[in-house]
Design a protein around this ligand. Structure first.
Ligand SMILES: Cc1cc2nc3c(=O)[nH]c(=O)nc-3n(C[C@H](O)[C@H](O)[C@H](O)COP(=O)(O)O)c2cc1C
Length: 330
């Protein structure tokens, strides 16, 4: 099946379904490989990886498919320069850069034909990155797991605002809150050329997180996430001892030092790798409330595409209507 959009043309993929870069969950070859093979775009999350592991994951994905894949690269991380050197040497097909300006990587990656997508969470940053010449923007709205925008503007509003501001000149990927084919239809209706799916792909055998983490995602309802850590890298995470204590500290006006200490004592790694879903950061989006099954990533891609088509068929069909003539008759 093919669904052609501005983003599928840009990336050379069959379906406008992107697997979001997720530290640990997609810091491996298995998940990105499965998604890219199925016709979407898989993304290796380089954030927590050592150089050698990243190189091995890139080589494994390449050996498994000749379809495009991405590396998600947080530009702030320690050792980012060495990592960018590796990605350039590997001539990766797509880079999805987050947290930092495009100036750090754009020219050198465009020069080797890498498609450069930049993650943004406001109109100002979108216009700035588009002006610098990125090939496309990943627009992250307030529903998103991981790091949503500080002002929590919803994906519904932010994607529309950025689509209007960029006037269709820059392909957009909508990110945050998408879990199924209906979500994909909504993303395309808003003016994006694809949707990014994060939390949905945690519920796969391929995701590199502990089973307890996956189970928490399955159990979560739409209202079970919390946004905590305002001021020092706010995250959206599932409610647990860590998150609830953080909410209480913020509500009760605890000192910055106390809040920071509590926030830094818990990590995503504790939940993702050690399976400590009580005291670790179980980062996930509101879309966790729409995820109720663990399925192979390729089946998820196929299901999203199929449900998208069914969703379009179920839309009310409009006959062309002359509204001004109707108004005159009234
Ligand atoms: C567990 C988890 C880890 C994430 N890690 C990263 C990351 O390393 N880099 C990044 O740019 N975004 C990261 N994100 C954000 C995702 O790329 C994406 O924007 C988000 O998952 C979209 O919302 P959704 O979960 O509702 O689909 C992460 C999200 C989650 C849930």
């Amino acid at each position: 099946m093919r669904i052609e959009t501005s983003v599928t043309r840009l990336l050379g993929i069959d379906l406008p379904i992107l697997q979001a870069g997720m530290s640990w969950a997609s810091s491996n070859a298995a998940l990105p490989l499965a998604v890219s093979r199925a016709g979407g775009l898989g993304a290796i999350a380089a954030g927590p990886m050592y150089l050698a592991a990243l190189e091995e994951a890139i080589d494994t994905v390449r050996a498994g498919t000749d379809r495009p894949f991405a590396v998600n690269m947080p530009l702030y991380r320690k050792g980012a320069d060495e990592m960018l050197d590796l990605l350039e040497a590997k001539r990766i097909p797509v880079i999805v850069a987050s947290q930092g300006g495009p100036g750090k990587y754009l020219d050198r990656f465009k020069a080797i034909g890498t498609v450069c997508l930049h993650v943004v969470a406001s109109e100002t940053h979108a216009l700035k990155a588009a002006g610098q010449g990125v090939d496309g923007l990943v627009v992250v709205g307030g529903e998103a797991g991981g790091h949503p925008p500080a002002d929590l503007v919803s994906t519904l509003v932010l994607v529309r605002a950025i689509a209007r501001a960029t006037e269709g000149r820059t392909p957009l990927v909508a990110s945050g809150g998408f879990a199924d084919g209906q979500g994909l239809a909504a993303a395309l209706a808003l003016g994006a050329g694809a949707a990014n799916f994060g939390t949905r792909f945690i519920a796969t055998p391929e995701a590199g997180v502990a089973d307890a983490y996956k189970q928490r995602v399955l159990q979560a309802g739409t209202a079970d996430t919390r946004t905590v850590g305002r001021g020092f890298g706010m995250i959206r995470t599932l409610s647990n001892d860590f998150a609830d204590q953080m909410v209480a500290l913020e509500r009760d006006g605890a000192s910055e030092a106390t809040r920071r200490a509590h926030f830094s004592a818990a990590t995503l790694k504790m939940a993702a790798l050690d399976g400590d879903v009580t005291r670790g950061k179980v980062e996930a989006g509101q879309s966790a409330g729409l995820v109720d099954r663990i399925m192979p990533a390729a089946d998820i891609v196929a299901e999203i595409a199929r449900d998208y088509i069914n969703c379009l068929r179920a839309m009310p069909q409009q006959q062309p209507v002359d509204l001004s003539a109707q108004a005159r008759q009234r």
